[in-house]
Design a protein around this ligand. Structure first.
Ligand SMILES: Cc1ncc(COP(=O)(O)O)c(C=O)c1O
Length: 339
């Protein structure tokens, strides 16, 4: 068979060759493929044949034309994986011992030569990095004294005022005095746990949960009861009730109630309400790590936090590695004693 004369086969054969190259990462998503003219000249195809091959690849969703720029490899559709199956809770209080794996996870997480999925660090390419740097520089220029002066222990009052306004989006009505500004969510969680628990006490956590919070629990000599999570619904309030009745030393629940890490589940508003009522009855603190609450789809409203309880803590974060966390403890006396 003469590939060069049998026109329909020639273009589909060329499409096969190019798609093999794309599959083997010769051209990566976003890369420009050689131009129609280049391919035609280099391999003695007619321009029409090359164009038809590109159209075939376009129909298969592999490439996309860009006006006056040529054909580019399309970003591959992420195939939906089946959700992980739900495990049942094994009611068992354990010490937390983290292995050397944690160290490795952080090392991998900060690597720049591949996409780190172990830490939830967004790529600088998708952040408004330039605008952030401009704002930071302009604020530092306008308020040089604030940069070097020792600040208020609870954080700059102007910032706390902005935070009080901002959290109305999360369903909270708070005042600047309800806030303590911390360096990242981890410090807020550390303070919150110290305000609620003593060594040997038990904290209810989701399983799986973010390893950094387990590390804080370990450092405070606390124990955990791990609750099984449904990949979409999160923890079950019934399991919380069972755990509370079995373990009188539970002093706090530490949950990522919105877009949890690593599963991504969000507790429904009804479950949040039931959880709060249950914990209020048992006088157990709810520490909500709300670092990802802002990551909702633009078309949807921000999920609320459950934070209605007299002893609850909100640990949230304006991310982008600038590391401002804000924390609200409706028991400020206990919280501020720790500062
Ligand atoms: C659920 C969760 N909480 C807290 C943190 C840590 O936040 P920070 O770096 O502000 O201490 C992370 C980081 O990935 C996280 O995934």
């Amino acid at each position: 068979m003469n590939l060069k004369t049998d026109r329909p086969l020639v273009y589909s054969r060329l499409a096969e060759l190019l798609s093999t190259q794309i599959a083997a990462n010769t051209y990566l998503p976003g890369d420009r493929l050689p131009s129609v003219r280049e391919l035609a000249l280099r391999h003695s195809y007619s321009m029409e044949t090359v164009l038809r091959a590109f159209r075939l690849l376009e129909d298969r969703g592999l490439v996309e034309p860009r006006p006056r720029s040529g054909f580019f490899v399309r970003h591959r559709d992420i195939r939906a994986l089946p959700p992980p199956s739900t495990q049942s809770t094994i009611f068992h209080a354990t010490n937390v011992e983290l292995s050397a794996l944690r160290h490795q996870t952080i090392l991998f997480g900060t690597a720049t030569d591949f996409v780190p999925l172990s830490l939830t660090l967004p790529s600088p390419d998708i952040l408004p990095t330039r605008q952030l740097i401009q704002s930071i520089t302009s604020v530092a220029r306008r308020f040089p004294g604030e940069v070097v002066r020792q600040g208020e222990p609870a954080g700059a009052s102007k910032l706390r005022q902005q935070l009080a306004r901002r959290v109305s989006e999360c369903g909270c009505f708070l005042t600047p005095d309800d806030f303590v500004v911390t360096v990242g969510a981890s410090e807020a969680i550390n303070l919150a746990l110290r305000a609620c628990c003593n060594p040997g006490d038990i904290v209810l956590v989701e399983s799986p949960s973010y390893f950094g919070t387990l590390e804080i629990i370990e450092s405070l000599n606390l124990r955990v009861v791990e609750l099984a999570t449904d990949p979409e619904q999160g923890i079950s309030v019934q399991d919380v009730a069972k755990a509370l009745s079995r373990f009188p030393r539970i002093r706090a629940c530490l949950f990522v109630t919105n877009h949890s890490n690593p599963l991504g589940c969000t507790l429904s508003p009804e479950n949040k309400q039931q959880l709060v009522q249950l914990l209020a009855k048992h006088q157990v603190a709810l520490i909500e790590d709300d670092v990802f609450g802002d990551l909702h789809q633009p078309s949807k409203t921000r999920p609320v936090v459950a934070n209605w309880l007299p002893v609850s803590v909100l640990a949230g974060l304006l991310r982008a590695n600038i590391g401002i966390a804000f924390s609200n403890l409706n028991r400020p006396a206990a919280w501020r004693r720790l500062l």
